[in-house]
Design a protein around this ligand. Structure first.
Ligand SMILES: [Zn+2]
Length: 298
């Protein structure tokens, strides 16, 4: 064996992972990982020491904020649906991989017929446009929760928002400002693509939606940001992350969906779980445990 053979390249296999839900094909797409110093007060209703312990207990660095980002592509009834878009060209190093992973899965941007946005935070919508303002998915209809649109696109709400919150209002205008007529706004409890139903999941933001995916007698749910990393926030279901906008609704939504997933043994995909970010939920004495689905080759 030569020296070169043993040195490795540092490269990974492409970050996509495919599984079936009835006749629907679901493809988890890795967008990247962000690791930075965790700001004080990241969990406003726990001490920084408790939070450090929880990150360490989940196998992550005590003092870092570790966030992973993972979207879904769905092949249903001959259509390609993308659920959330990642940060595109606007994220920090270590992110922005969704497009190359989509292509590695055999899907070109032009093939995407529908983009479903779960909520309007930048890490879910910035991937809709390039820095030159071109649309990344030129043939796609863009679907946004109507309650999310009504909040973030309201100039009066932006005018009264805190300085910290203003940034995301600006991101929404950057992404959607000139394409409002291309955006279809969707309601909870409606089928928005074949087999895909929007489910109320507000709290983290005013209009966040989960997406139930069902075919035949099988089902799963994309749960967006009902938790930040579930290895921490499913175990500590009362904890808020500083991004969670409505404390009471955040916790109520999280418990409602995790209780349902545990009772029904429903497969979930989380946007911020470790790739491929899909698995099951068990109830424990103090909260919930995220159980990664078994990786299968076929
Ligand atoms: Zn997010």
């Amino acid at each position: 064996m030569s020296m070169a053979d043993s040195s490795g390249t540092g490269a990974q296999a492409p970050g996509f992972y495919t599984f079936k839900v009835g006749d629907i094909e679901v493809i988890a797409l890795h967008e990247g990982v962000l690791v930075r110093d965790r700001p004080a007060g990241f969990v406003p209703n726990a001490t920084d020491e408790e939070v450090a312990e929880a990150y360490a207990a989940a196998g992550m660095a005590r003092d870092k904020l570790t966030i992973t980002f993972n979207a879904l592509a769905v092949r249903t009834s001959g259509q390609v649906v993308l659920i959330d878009t990642g940060l595109g060209e606007f994220g920090p190093p270590g992110t922005g991989m969704l497009l190359s992973n989509l292509k590695a899965a055999g899907i070109q941007p032009e093939d995407v017929s529908t983009v479903i946005i779960s909520h309007c935070h930048g890490d879910h919508i910035l991937g809709l446009r390039r820095k030159d303002e071109q649309l990344v998915f030129p043939n796609a209809e863009i679907l946004v929760p109507e309650k999310e649109w009504d909040f973030w696109m309201d100039d009066a709400k932006m005018a009264t928002a805190s300085e910290a919150a203003k940034g995301n209002f600006e991101v929404c205008r950057q992404v959607f400002g000139t394409i409002a007529d291309k955006v279809r706004r969707y309601a909870w409890d409606s089928e928005i693509a074949p087999g895909l139903t929007a489910v109320r999941a507000n709290g983290h933001t005013p209009g966040m939606s989960a997406i139930r995916i069902a075919s035949g007698d099988q089902a799963m749910m994309f749960v967006a940001d009902i938790t930040n990393n579930p290895l921490v926030f499913a175990r500590h279901p009362e904890w808020l992350a500083m991004f969670d906008m409505d404390p009471a609704e955040t916790i109520a939504t999280r418990k409602r969906i995790l209780d349902m997933a545990a009772a029904e043994k429903l497969r979930l995909s989380f946007y911020h779980a470790p790739f491929p970010a899909t698995g099951y939920i068990a109830k424990t004495a103090t909260g919930y445990e995220f159980l990664p689905a078994l990786w299968t080759a076929a």
